[in-house]
Design a protein around this ligand. Structure first.
Ligand code: GDP
Length: 573
């Protein structure tokens, strides 16, 4: 019992419990008559009993069959139907409370199905028949998104979230494409040389509620990412608090269970930490932190803690966990903070537009998040010129034109003293992007726009000619901020993209001191649930700050990074 670290006896807890019970039962009468103190003078004939109990305990530990891994059919997962996993926003919190209270039922498998109480009879039959449905990627995304919203609502944002009932009533309307029936000639914008001003864009019919998302939020405020604190972490804190010992287990078994792993005032060795670090590393990797980075992080924590004397009531696990948590928060708070609003005001004082360039691979959300950032800037009273420098992807200009229209519909000139808050600067397709950006910037300067947002064509990080073109666009136009847009969804792939974009900008730039990426827009954060590792990997490798986080597809789904929230999600079991 005393040397568990050297020789681990799995039956020790049980043995102590058994001895405790046997001894108590055998000497119960004497206890009651003489009291505990009276017993101290007595002698006990307990050796044989003890040896028997020890033999029994040793035998029982030997005969225990090795644990066999469950087959998929035996697992709880196999009993879930797709339908029961999709949470209905309005119903969820109630269900969750029920499940929490009913934790005991978890083990017998009834909880895992978590079917909404209103599930139709048909659904029940399906799950009863044990029908297995595989989740498609879309369904997983949907599920994660629901989870994300649930967390936000739980975290006190209820009042700011869209009303589920109102949304339900409206339902999803089929999209009517502007040019749905047009022929190819109409769709060919390559010769268009118009500068799509707000006036040129007819205000289309669209649902402002849908586009806005969250109507009750404070306009112009960039909210922090929020994350629900981890229940388990809190439970653990209670266990670790010596003034409130756990009452789960009674008797000596519980007592020793609690003391297991305590190091007292001993100094930490690598050996003490290794098993914990190994677990932490696997945990980080499971949360999408790049494997190499997880190893490096654990290594730096080990170096920091080695030889450190621990407090009496601290476990190795909690010490390592805390050190890791601190390291992660530090990584996410890089030295260089980007304060866009302050910098825009600074540029305003110098009577020049503040220029932001967006780059990244295709489909990561450059245009969408550019539009969200425009919306946020407009709400802060700044006028925006969007430069359509993706002259390659079909539909890229139209996509920005639609955003411009919508943004102008949400913020018409009438509510801004007759000032058009957002305009599109476009020259159609196939033209030199660097040239268009330059024209747009000078147009913005002449017209008194506060900010120019330059959308660029998506390109693969390994495509040298396209990376050269991007380096040229950046070198020629010297934007104030170069933002790399990466989606959290792809995890380590986003890290690879970021590193290669940064390197390519350095390699392909003609300038002596090349202009690199200044910050990150991390998009699709709503689709990853708590697998937030990409945020850590990206900032760890490049030390670039995450300036914006995209959390959905409406104009309000933009957040600033909250390091503590991300770390909480990362540490969550
Ligand atoms: P681009 O090719 O980089 O300009 O990407 P787009 O802006 O066209 O976005 C690609 C898709 O990702 C679109 O369907 C967007 O609605 C979607 N998207 C962009 N940002 C987010 C986000 O933060 N969350 C979610 N769920 N989808 C997003």
């Amino acid at each position: 019992v005393g040397f568990q670290k050297i020789l681990t006896l799995t039956y020790v807890d049980k043995l102590i419990d058994d001895v405790h019970k046997e001894f108590r039962d055998k000497y119960r009468n004497e206890f009651q008559q003489k009291g505990a103190l009276g017993l101290l003078n007595g002698t006990f004939d307990f050796k044989d009993d003890f040896m028997r109990l020890l033999r029994d305990a040793e035998e029982s530990s030997k005969v225990r069959a090795p644990t066999v891994m469950k087959t998929f059919e035996q697992s709880l997962k196999s009993q879930k139907t797709v339908k029961c996993m999709i949470e209905t926003r309005g119903e969820k919190p109630k269900e969750k409370v029920k499940n929490k209270k009913n934790k005991g039922s978890k083990k017998d498998g009834t909880e895992a199905v978590a079917a909404p109480s209103k599930a139709s009879a048909g659904d029940k039959q399906l799950s009863a028949a044990g029908e297995k449905e595989e989740l498609t990627k879309d369904e997983i995304l949907q599920k994660n998104r629901e989870e994300f919203f649930r967390r936000h609502m739980k975290a006190g944002e209820k009042s700011r979230s869209p009303k589920p009932d109102a949304q339900k009533e409206k339902g999803k309307k089929p999209r009517v494409w502007d040019l749905g029936n047009s022929n190819a000639k109409v769709l060919d914008y390559s010769n268009s040389a118009t500068n799509g001003s707000a006036e040129a864009c007819p205000v289309e019919e669209f649902d402002p509620d849908m586009a806005l998302g969250d109507k009750n939020r404070e306009p112009g405020r960039l909210y922090d990412l929020e994350y629900e604190s981890d229940d388990e972490a809190e439970e653990e804190k209670v266990v670790q608090n010596p003034s409130k010992p756990s009452v789960k287990k009674g008797g000596l078994g519980g007592m020793f269970g609690m003391l297991k792993g305590l190091v007292g005032s001993k100094s930490l060795t690598r050996g003490d930490m290794d098993p914990v670090l190994e677990k932490m590393k696997d945990h980080l990797i499971a949360k999408n932190v790049a494997a190499e980075i997880a190893v490096q992080l654990c290594e730096s924590v080990a170096k920091k803690l080695e030889g450190k004397v621990m407090g009496t009531f601290t476990t190795v696990t909690s010490t390592v966990k805390q050190a890791l948590q601190e390291a992660l928060v530090q990584i996410l708070q890089p030295q260089r903070r980007v304060d866009v609003l302050r910098d825009v005001m600074d540029a305003q004082r110098h009577r020049r537009p503040y220029v932001i360039t967006f780059c990244g691979v295709n489909g990561v959300g450059k245009s969408t998040n550019l539009a969200k950032i425009s919306f946020w800037l407009i709400e802060n009273g700044f006028s925006v010129l969007i430069a359509a420098c993706d002259t390659f992807r079909a539909g890229a200009v139209e996509q920005l034109r639609t955003h411009t229209r919508r943004l102008n519909a949400l913020h018409p000139p009438e509510s801004h003293g007759g000032r058009t808050m957002v305009q599109l600067y476009e020259k159609g397709y196939g033209k030199d992007a660097a040239g268009i950006a330059m024209e747009a910037i000078s147009y913005a300067r002449n017209q008194g726009f506060d900010v120019v947002l330059v959308d660029t064509a998506g390109r693969m990080q390994d495509n040298a000619p396209l990376m050269t073109a991007l380096a040229k666009l950046i070198a020629v136009n010297a934007p104030d901020l170069v933002l790399f847009v990466g989606e959290a969804l792809v995890g380590n792939e986003a890290v690879d993209q970021l590193v290669k974009f940064n390197k390519a900008l350095a390699d392909h730039s003609m300038a002596q001191t090349p202009r690199l990426i200044d910050g990150i827009v991390l998009t699709k954060f709503d689709t990853i649930d708590d697998k937030v590792g990409a945020a850590i990997s990206m900032t760890y490798i490049t030390s670039k700050p995450i300036v914006f986080v995209g959390t959905g597809q409406t104009y309000c789904d933009l957040r600033s990074l909250n390091a503590k929230a991300v770390v909480a999600a990362l540490m969550k079991a």
